[in-house]
Write a protein that binds this ligand. Sequence first.
Ligand code: G1P
Length: 276
Amino acid sequence: MSAIKKCLFPAAGYGTRFLPATKAMPKEMLPIVTKPLIQYGVEEAMSAGLTGMAIVTGRGKRAIEDHFDISYELEHQIAGSSKEALLDDTRKIIEECTFTYTRQVEMKGLGHAILVGGELIGNEPFAVILADDYCVNEGGDTVLAQMVKLYEKYQCSIVAIEEVPEDEVYKYGVIEGEEEEPGVYRLSNMVEKPPVEEAPSNLAIIGRYILTPDIHDRIRSTPPGKNGEMQITDALMAQAKEGQVIGYRFKGRRFDCGSVEGFIEATNYTYQQQNS
Ligand code: G1P
C-alpha cells in the first residue's frame, strides 16, 4: 500500500483564456470530448491508488462539487436506457473516493493554493495535479502512478518534468540537476518562468507533483516570488537545497489544456483514440 492517499487539485483560477466559455463555468469542467478535464485528473489519481481528492476551489466553481455527486433526478431519468452507461465512470469515482473542498479566497499563486489546500491534507505526503496539464500514456502507467512508484524508492518531493522548446521556457518552472538514473534527476536549482537567457535548462516542470508534508512550512517561510505570488517552485527550491527533490521525466504525453491550442490538440487526440 502506498503512503500517498490524497491528491490536491488547485482549481480556483479564472480560466480567462477560455472566455466567454468560462464566464459562468469553471475551466476545470471544460470537456475533452465528453469528460471534464478535472475528471481525467481524478481518474489519474485513482490509477495511482489515491482515493482522497482535495479540491481547492473559488467563487463560481460549484459545478465541480455537483459533478462529483449523485444526481438522483438525472440518474432516475436515464435508468434502463442506453445512456445509463455514460455515467459509469463518474459513479465509480463517487463510490471509491472521498471529496473535500476548500476555497481559495484570494489568488496569490500556486504555492498559496497548495498552502490553503494543506488544511485538507494534514501531515502526510500528497500528490498535486494541475488538471490543465492533461497527461496520457497509452497502454502504460499513468504519469502519477509512475511518480508514486518512484516515491516509494526516493521518499522525497518529486516533480514531473518534460523537455520544452527553448522559446517556451518562460511559461514554466525550469530545473537543473544531476541525472541519477535514466530520467531521474536530483534537483539543485529551479527557476520559475525564467527568460530564456536565465533558464538553467529546457526541462520544464509540468503539473504533477508529489510533496512531502514539510512543504507547508516551506511555503509559509518563502517570500513572494515571480509576479509577487507565492510560488511552489520557490518552496521546492528550499527542499532541493537539502537534496530532497527529484525531477522525473515521465513516460507519456502532456497536453497544455490551459491554452486553446493545447486543448484542441487534446480533444482531437482523444477523439481519435476513442474512435480508432
Ligand atoms: C505552474 C507552476 C510552474 C509549472 C506549471 C506547469 O504555472 O508555477 O512552475 O511549470 O504550473 O503547468 P502556471 O501554469 O500555473 O502559471
